[in-house]
Design a protein around this ligand. Sequence first.
Ligand code: IMP
Ligand code: MG
Length: 174
Amino acid sequence: MHIKGRSLSLLIPEEKIKERVKELAKEIEKDLGENFVVVSLLKGSFVFTADLIREFSVPVKVDFMWVSSYGSSQESSGSVRILQDLSMDIKDQKVLLVDDILDTGYTLKKVVEFLREKEPSVLKVCVLLDKKERRKVELKADYVGFEVPDKFLVGYGLDWDEEGRNLRGIYAVD
Ligand code: IMP
Ligand code: MG
């Protein structure tokens, strides 16, 4: 498989993701109970979010935010901008913030601070992937699908300059 002329190596196959998403959903449900709001960060986490919410057996609400982090296409920077706010009021609601990957931590740190100001009763963070060794700011996710090595990854919603989101597994760009 190729993207932009570079070859890709499969890191996490579709079946393994599916299994792990089920486990995460169970764990989250056990902690949060029912009627929580899933806040998904566009665009990267739309695939993960779609699969995760369908594993919940309790009623949940779903909302989206769009944030952009300025930097190169492969690395975010400290300046994170909120491009699209929530459509719902989350005051006194239990909130699960979902993102595709936790890398430097700049993006989630900014979004967590932004959401805290809206006074949810609970705010938990769930990421599918965690590139732990790349962290620049203190941020720990409550739920992590997989710890991954410091490689650029695509697939399952993650892109390289908008390509690769539709791949079913997660691949490392060689
Ligand atoms: P952070 O602000 O550095 O933690 O970056 C988080 C965001 O950067 C993620 O939501 C992704 O959109 C993007 N990102 C970080 N690493 C990768 C990667 O390996 N592949 C694709 N996108 C990535
Ligand atoms: Mg993203």
